[in-house]
Design a protein around this ligand. Structure first.
Ligand SMILES: Cc1cc2nc3c(=O)[nH]c(=O)nc-3n(C[C@H](O)[C@H](O)[C@H](O)COP(=O)(O)OP(=O)(O)OC[C@H]3O[C@@H](n4cnc5c(N)ncnc54)[C@H](O)[C@@H]3O)c2cc1C
Length: 443
């Protein structure tokens, strides 16, 4: 089976650029055999490798990725490992009570696995810490979303705290927010630092990770044979941890939605800018309306910076142009200026985009696709926690283990079918634009 499309990541992987240069990549340049092959070194792939290193010690585990660790979507996100329900297609993130309870339990398993890896490999608090997040509300409608989500959290028995305008100013240094809803269970990561730290820990545990090694074909002979431009891996069991690129391997055509979202990161703030802004040195804010703007302030390697993320576009080709990044930049600059008018001299150092994979019915694809071929894909935009969970569960499935979480994953419906191509593209982009317009000042 020839792989139809290889990943293309638009713009720089900013979080990775803040870090010291990594050691040179070691692309696969020979034919090798392994007990396990994992394709994709994102959250799902590295979590799968870690779980395997525990459950099948001594087995030869090989991971291949088309790009450098931390350069793909896993290193391009906003770094919120969210424990609570966070359905991007709902008005205020909430869904039905029982399914939200199960989802929270699953997300927490993903976060617990991430924490276990972070502790085992000695990652810093900057790379991973459970410090909570705020749902910021900039408008009366956003505040109403927060109030209704807070009621839902009470019904779920989840701790939360409503913050008023003064508390929001105290944390963010901005007058933009009317209120906030703080929830303590979200882990915040420096995504590239986290991914590189986990990859280096795995390597020290004898997992072979070959970056810059795109799999161009995958076929089943007696075992599975994955071909890259300069080598081959032959393995009886393969875990596909490629998120939406599952389609490129020929699986689930017309059932996965390929969505891009976008971010910009400021240059490092000067001492004077930091004191004129005030606020806490590090915080993370998701918008009360899922279509709004996510904002983070970070301080650590690379200095004190602000990151803005907004806009979603539906791109079935799994590629976006440089022009798109430039167009979205205007939305980022407008959102930044509205929130931080006293930082008008602060420009953006990096602008980028990245792929999400979403199913219409909000399900993941954790299953055995063919004999010895497993999927840990379709994270519905929340892959930091859900991808980590998926990687671990795919291994449990392959090793014949059982758990409530795995039973839930296996019982899930297939992703719903999409309407025919031109219709789904026009319809989805129109719907996203309309929802973004509805988000008003939350955007
Ligand atoms: C700007 C932005 C902000 C985001 N913010 C958040 C957030 O705050 N919280 C959150 O939970 N999620 C967020 N996300 C989404 C999150 O990044 C993804 O859901 C997550 O990366 C998916 O993890 P994964 O391991 O399943 O897939 P990926 O991270 O996409 O990893 C899959 C890997 O497979 C590789 N691959 C694909 N095809 C091949 C091939 N043929 N050969 C070899 N390798 C291949 C790719 O190069 C890639 O590295 C955000 C995304 C973006 C772009």
């Amino acid at each position: 089976m020839k792989v139809a499309r290889l990943p293309k990541d638009p713009g720089p992987a900013a979080w990775n650029r803040l870090l010291p240069d990594a050691d040179p990549a070691t692309p696969l340049e020979e034919n090798i055999t392994a007990d396990w092959l994992i394709i994709g070194a994102g959250f799902a792939g590295l979590a799968a490798a870690h779980r395997l290193s525990k459950q099948a010690p001594g087995d030869r585990i090989v991971v291949l990725d088309a790009v450098r660790v931390g350069d793909g979507p896993a290193g391009r996100n906003s770094g919120f490992m969210i424990d609570l329900p966070h359905d991007l297609t709902s008005a205020d993130y909430a869904g039905a009570l029982e399914s939200d309870k199960a989802q929270t339990q699953d997300n927490r398993l993903g976060i617990a696995h991430a924490r276990e890896m972070a502790q085992e490999y000695g990652l810093s608090d900057e790379a991973f810490s459970v410090s909570g997040k705020i749902n910021g509300a900039a408008t009366a409608k956003g505040h109403a979303h927060n109030v209704s989500f807070a009621k839902h959290l009470t019904a779920l028995g989840e701790p939360h705290e409503m913050l008023d305008v003064a508390q929001m100013r105290d944390i963010t240094g901005s007058d933009y927010y009317q209120s906030g809803l703080f929830t303590p269970g979200c882990a915040m990561i420096q995504p590239a630092m986290f991914m590189r730290g986990i990859a280096s820990g795995l390597r020290s545990n004898h997992v072979s990770i070959h970056e810059m090694s795109p799999v161009t074909s995958l076929e089943r002979q007696t075992d599975w044979v994955a071909t890259t431009p300069k080598g081959r891996v032959i393995a009886p069991r393969v875990i596909l941890a490629v998120n939406g690129h599952l389609n490129s391997f020929g699986y689930l055509p017309r059932r996965l939605m390929h969505v891009f979202t976008y971010a910009s990161m400021t240059r490092a703030l000067s001492e004077q800018e930091r004191s004129s802004l005030g606020g806490h040195a590090a915080w993370g804010l998701t918008p009360a309306d899922p279509m709004g703007t996510t904002v983070r302030r970070i301080s650590g390697i690379g200095g004190d910076r602000i990151i803005i993320r907004n806009r979603f576009t539906f791109d079935p080709s799994m590629e976006v142009s440089d022009k798109r990044i430039n167009d979205v930049a205007r939305d980022h600059d407008r959102a930044f200026a509205a929130r931080f008018p006293n930082l008008s001299d602060v420009g953006m150092d990096f602008r980028w985009g990245g792929r999400l994979c979403v199913s219409r019915n909000n399900v993941q694809v954790i299953s055995e696709l063919d004999e010895g071929l497993y999927s840990a894909c379709c994270q519905n935009g929340l892959g930091t926690a859900k991808g980590t969970l998926a990687g671990g569960l795919a291994v449990d499935l392959a090793m014949g283990r059982s758990s409530d979480s795995l039973s839930r994953a296996l019982a899930a419906d297939l992703p719903s079918r999409l309407p025919p191509a031109p219709l789904s593209s026009i319809g989805a982009n129109f719907f996203l634009k309309w929802q973004e317009r509805q988000a008003g000042g939350e955007l």
